[in-house]
Design a protein around this ligand. Structure first.
Ligand code: ADP
Length: 297
């Protein structure tokens, strides 16, 4: 098939010429022979990273190469920093928590006791934050997986048991409906569901519900809570993005839960979508591959 290419770079990179034999690259070969009209992928050529966009029209193809080596390297450095900082923070925080418990046990002074409670609350919040940062770093290092489907209902029952005390405290009814076999590892399934379900309980009103519905290939987590403004719905999966920062912080939220959910889903080729109306409620839908059917509440 006749094809041509266009090479864009904002940083000093390498210019290509016909001697570079771009079609020897397997990713490019596949892209040019694909029946898809438009494709985007990242590949390495001569040790540099390129974002490749292929447009296949009739019998002609256009390949656009954008040198993203610099962006990839700075992303890598950012991840290393995130990972290193989280590890370094973990040990001192655990010590502060321990010493604070000792102070609280030994002091009879109510003022000291009051301050000690505040320190305990803040250290717990920071420990959760560091744990979420470490989970996210670990997820980013993992490769995409194809695993056999496992029964999801028992995992949902386990998460329900863990969330029952919180739901009782907030006056929220929690329930599970349906069955599903889903291609995901147990621990990831647990973490994905717990993050979504806990949000459905936390961003809710007393007397509300937070419901999990399982159907083949899909998990629905719905609530009749506070809802999410339309303009925020595209951003809530970004790290540290919160609609109401003070509410989330006061509640012990880290702002990383939905990023963790998105990363877990991506590892198994699944996607996560949200449908929400402010003041009415939200439904999060996780759809596994080959099961992408229309979402409903
Ligand atoms: P957080 O720790 O703040 O809950 P998340 O990443 O889990 O962080 O969620 C990001 C933000 O998305 C939350 O701060 C909240 O504003 C919003 N959000 C998530 N789930 C819901 C929900 N079920 N109902 C309303 N808002 C939600």
């Amino acid at each position: 098939m006749p094809w041509g290419f266009f090479h864009k770079t904002e940083h000093p990179g390498r210019r290509f010429c016909k001697h570079d034999h771009l079609t020897n690259n397997v990713d490019i070969q596949n892209g040019l022979s694909s029946s898809e009209p438009s494709l985007h992928f990242v590949t390495k050529i001569h040790g540099r990273s390129y974002l490749c966009s292929v447009q296949n029209r009739n019998d002609n193809s256009l390949l656009v190469l954008t040198d993203i080596t610099w962006e990839k390297e700075s992303e890598e450095r950012r991840k290393e920093f995130f990972d290193g900082a989280s590890h370094e923070l973990k040990t001192p925080l655990t010590s502060i928590k321990g010493f604070n418990e000792l102070i609280s046990l030994q002091s009879k002074d109510p003022v000291v006791e009051r301050y000690s409670q505040l320190i305990a609350k803040e250290t717990d919040r920071m420990i959760s934050l560091v744990q979420d940062m470490l989970s996210l770093s670990e997820l980013e290092r993992r490769e995409k997986k194809n695993v056999p489907a496992i029964p999801f209902r028992p995992i949902a029952e386990e998460v329900k048991e863990e969330l029952t005390p919180l739901a009782k405290k907030r006056g929220i009814r929690i329930e599970i409906q349906g069955q599903a076999n889903l291609p995901i590892e147990r621990e990831d399934a647990h973490s994905l569901l717990k993050n979504l379900w806990e949000n459905a309980i936390r961003y809710n009103h007393e007397g509300g519900y937070a419901k999990v519905t399982l159907s083949q290939g899909q998990i629905f987590v719905s609530d009749n809570g506070i809802g999410i403004p339309y303009q925020d719905q595209d951003h809530i999966f970004e790290r540290f993005y919160r609609v109401d920062k003070s509410r989330s912080r006061q509640d012990g939220g880290t702002g990383l839960g939905l990023s963790i959910v998105k990363h877990i889903a991506m590892l198994y080729g699944a996607n996560v979508k949200v449908k929400s109306t402010l003041g009415v409620g939200s439904t999060f839908v996780v759809t596994f591959p080959n099961q992408r059917i229309k979402t409903s509440k």
